[in-house]
Write a protein that binds this ligand. Structure first.
Ligand SMILES: [Zn+2]
Length: 242
């Protein structure tokens, strides 16, 4: 199916969100083309009515049903703990970034040395999961910002990447969510984010492309200027020998 055929099956609802027609073909196409419908992670308003423990109990039950349907013998010693293990991993680890309560606490510091150049933190490793297939996305995030009088602890940049990565994700959304959150925290538009990632749904299944990676970028404020943007990209090319 061509992109415009897919798009013809998409319309805007009253909240200006894209609505997609749910046919099997559409479901495959949306996944394989990694179509993004909104910058915010689509969540229901009652997303946190259940406690973590209640969610774990529910997911355990449903994951057990999936394994059972596949014909796996859940009385086997190796398999019987899997539904609960998966449920705990979903709620407490790999999808913990869905809960705003898990947003890292960020303290800012005064830019005492009046450092007015860009600060770059590159090669921030992250693990996420594709929201279309629920298999891993792994990659590196590179972040730059120019201080507007405040600076952020370097480890907090890693924490922010990790928080947004721990959701079912689309790479474009991950990139924008990190960029916009940094702008909000730092009180400046001058933020750039580049993400280079490998999607296991592309390499381990589907088209089975094991060599490609996907690059997405967010440039705003001063980084819309070609010189600034190129300076940032040059730093990413620097080989570090440590
Ligand atoms: Zn996928």
């Amino acid at each position: 199916m061509k992109q415009n055929e897919i798009l013809s099956n998409i319309h805007l609802n009253e909240d200006n969100k894209l609505v997609l027609t749910d046919t099997d073909i559409m479901i495959d196409e949306i996944g394989d083309n990694h179509i993004l419908t909104s910058v915010d992670t689509p969540m229901r308003s009652d997303a946190f009515v259940l406690s973590e423990e209640e969610k774990i109990a529910e997911i355990e039950k449903h994951f057990k049903a999936i394994m059972d349907t596949l014909g796996l013998d859940l009385t086997d010693d190796s398999l019987k703990g899997t539904p609960r293990r998966v449920a705990k991993m979903y709620v407490k680890e790999i999808f913990s970034g869905l809960n705003p309560a898990n947003m890292p606490k960020i303290a800012l510091f005064e830019n005492k040395y009046k450092y007015n150049e860009m600060l770059v933190e590159k090669n921030i490793s992250f693990y996420s999961n594709c929201e279309h297939h629920f298999v891993p996305i792994m990659g590196k995030a590179h972040i730059a910002y120019i201080s507007n009088g405040k600076v952020i602890g370097l480890s907090k940049l890693n924490r922010i990447v990790e928080y947004f990565a721990k959701r079912p994700q689309v790479q474009e959304r991950l990139t924008m969510q990190i960029g916009k959150k940094l702008q909000e925290i730092l009180g400046t538009d001058d933020v750039a984010v580049v993400i280079d990632a490998k999607h296991l749904c592309v390499s381990s299944r589907g088209v089975k492309d094991d060599t490609s990676s996907t690059i997405t970028a967010f440039y705003d404020g001063a980084f819309k200027d070609e010189k600034r943007k190129n300076e940032f990209l040059k730093y990413l090319e620097l080989n570090t020998t440590f």
